[in-house]
Ligand binder design. Structure first.
Ligand code: ADP
Length: 188
C-alpha cells in the first residue's frame, strides 16, 4: 500500500491537486477537512463540536481526526494507496500515523509539500470565500488564526519528515498545471 501526504498551509492548493493526483496514480483521496465538513452538514455531534473550532480557525482534537483516518483505512483495504490531504497537521498526529502504519510494517512513502507565502494564503482564501462560501475563509481574523496555527503546530512537521527522509518541496505559486507537473515529477 502506498501512502502519500499532500502537505502545505491553508490555500496552498492541496484540494485542487489531490483530485488530479488521486486520479492519475489511482489513490484514495482522504481530506480530513472534507470529512469534517460532511459531519457539520449532517449536524452530527462530532460536526457540532468541529464547527465551533473550525469557524474560529482552530484545529479539532487529534483523537477526532486520527479516528476518522483509522476508520477510512479500515474500510478501504482493497485500494492501492492513499493520498492524505490535511492530515497530519500536528506532530502528535504524525507520530500516531507512523504507529498505525508500523503495525502492518508500512510507512509514509512521500510527503509532497506545497510552499506558498503568507500573503498568497490571504489572497487565495479571501477569493475562495466568495466562490465556496466557507465561513472559515470569510473572516480575516479567522484566516490569520489559521496561518498562526499552521506556523505553530503544523510547520514543525517539515523537520519531522526531513529527518524521516521522505520530504519533497514543490513551489505552490505556479499555475495549477505546472504544480501538477512538478508533483508528478516528484512522485515519479
Ligand atoms: P485548509 O487546509 O484550507 O485550512 P481544510 O479543509 O484542510 O482547509 O481544513 C479545514 C479545517 O478543518 C481546519 O482549519 C481545521 O480546523 C480542521 N482540520 C482539518 N484537518 C485537521 C487535522 N488533521 N487536525 C485538526 N484539525 C483539522
Amino acid at each position: 500500500m502506498k501512502y502519500y501526504i499532500l502537505f502545505g498551509p491553508p490555500g496552498a492548493g492541496k484540494g485542487t491537486q489531490a483530485k488530479f493526483i488521486a486520479e492519475k496514480y489511482n489513490l484514495l483521496h482522504i481530506s480530513t477537512g472534507d470529512l469534517l465538513r460532511k459531519e457539520m452538514a449532517a449536524g452530527t455531534p462530532l460536526g457540532l463540536q468541529a464547527k465551533q473550532l473550525i469557524e474560529g480557525g482552530n484545529l479539532v482534537p487529534d483523537e477526532v481526526v486520527v479516528g476518522m483516518i483509522q476508520n477510512t483505512f479500515k474500510n478501504n483495504k482493497d485500494v492501492s494507496g492513499f493520498l492524505l490531504d490535511g492530515f497530519p497537521r500536528t506532530i502528535a498526529q504524525a507520530e500516531k500515523l507512523d504507529e498505525m502504519l508500523a503495525e502492518s510494517s508500512e510507512k509514509v512513502d512521500k510527503v509532497l509539500s506545497l510552499v506558498i507565502k503568507d500573503e498568497t494564503i490571504f489572497e487565495r482564501l479571501a477569493k475562495r470565500a466568495l466562490i465556496e462560501g466557507r465561513k472559515d475563509d470569510a473572516d480575516p481574523a479567522t484566516i490569520q488564526n489559521r496561518i498562526d496555527t499552521y506556523h505553530a503546530k503544523t510547520e514543525p512537521l517539515i523537520d519531522y519528515y526531513k529527518e524521516a527522509g521522505n520530504y519533497c518541496e514543490i513551489p505552490g505559486e505556479q499555475t495549477i498545471e505546472e504544480v501538477f507537473q512538478s508533483l508528478c515529477d516528484v512522485i515519479g
